[in-house]
Design a binder for this molecule. Sequence first.
Ligand code: AMP
Length: 289
Amino acid sequence: MKVFHKANDIHAWLQSEHHTRSIGFVPTMGALHAGHLSLIDRSKAEKDLTVCSIFVNPTQFNDPNDLAKYPRTLADDTDKLLQHGCDVLFLPTEEEIYPDPSVKDRSYDLAGLDKRWEGANRPGHFQGVCMVVHRLLEIIPTDSLYLGQKDFQQFLILRHMVREILQWSVQVVPCPIVREDDGLAMSSRNVRLSEQERLDSLVLHRALQYIQQHAGQQPLHKLLQAAKSIITTAGSVQKLDYLAIVNAADLSPVEAYKDAPTLLAIVAAHFPSARLIDNQVIKGQLAEW
Ligand code: AMP
């Protein structure tokens, strides 16, 4: 695996490789788990060269405490990437990503996709995500960008940025959520949970499954009420930021099952040690997106 630290070096090397080889790119913030590695595997299966970046991007953290506590496990991450046959690892410093202030001055019109849910709860978060991925895509010539469906709103926003704002011909590929055996969606932040919080965290997946199993049989507001009570029975849930059923095309809330071809149930909740998000398709499919 080739490791680069400098934007100019990786750019020059990949540009010359790109004449003859297709490139898949997986941007991450490290603390890699099986969810991240599933994106590497997908890229490996579809592209000639797979590039992973690890950069804990300060501009997407609205909570300085969350940034300070973000896990950093580079040696372990490198081993995992080697085991999965990742070809290139990019480990930039902040100066390489934000060499001059103009990169941080960029702002993106996200057509309202950033106004709800994660956007409403984490001011500035998606502008920071767009900033870093835009800059990474300038550095790394990419045919396909592999993103996790776990961060579905992020996927929709980055697809919008690539297609509508930049109008680049990068394919943006959503990859299924990888879960622990008991159903918890894998996340780098899960390691922070205490034993009790880890047990209680299962209510998120349970609530989403409840909605999925009963969707189409009961009015959606009743389903949401019942699912909400599943979540609030867990002692360590401090605050439920949202639990909603939305149109997967634009994340607008729907009132009835028939209102959109693809529906998603989405949830975000605060535990004392971490804020967790999850989602599940409850009608239709994302496969063809
Ligand atoms: P992060 O390091 O949290 O920025 O995540 C990097 C990429 O991995 C993003 O595209 C995430 O959506 C994706 N990802 C994170 N967790 C999972 C998971 N449990 N299953 C699938 N993809 C994931």
